[in-house]
Ligand binder design. Sequence first.
Ligand code: SF4
Ligand code: SF4
Length: 73
Amino acid sequence: MHTITIDERWCKGCRLCAVNCPLHALHMAERFTKRGIHPPELAPKGRCNGCRLCELLCPDFAITITEAADVHL
Ligand code: SF4
Ligand code: SF4
């Protein structure tokens, strides 16, 4: 299982992440951040599979995908 974290302090609202997500899992929110831009957020019916493309594409390193560690007992 993965988690996507978007750091709105760094996001400049360029849309690269949302436009290039192969699964259309991100869309730009209507609300504004403190920087006065629309940030990306997970789309209601998005099916993010954790491919990390958005993390790699973001010019401002605002997206982080983390994988929950497998637990081997
Ligand atoms: S690519 Fe990065 S800076 Fe651009 S909208 Fe997405 S999170 Fe924000
Ligand atoms: S990790 Fe992949 S599927 Fe998920 S939002 Fe980013 S580009 Fe889309």
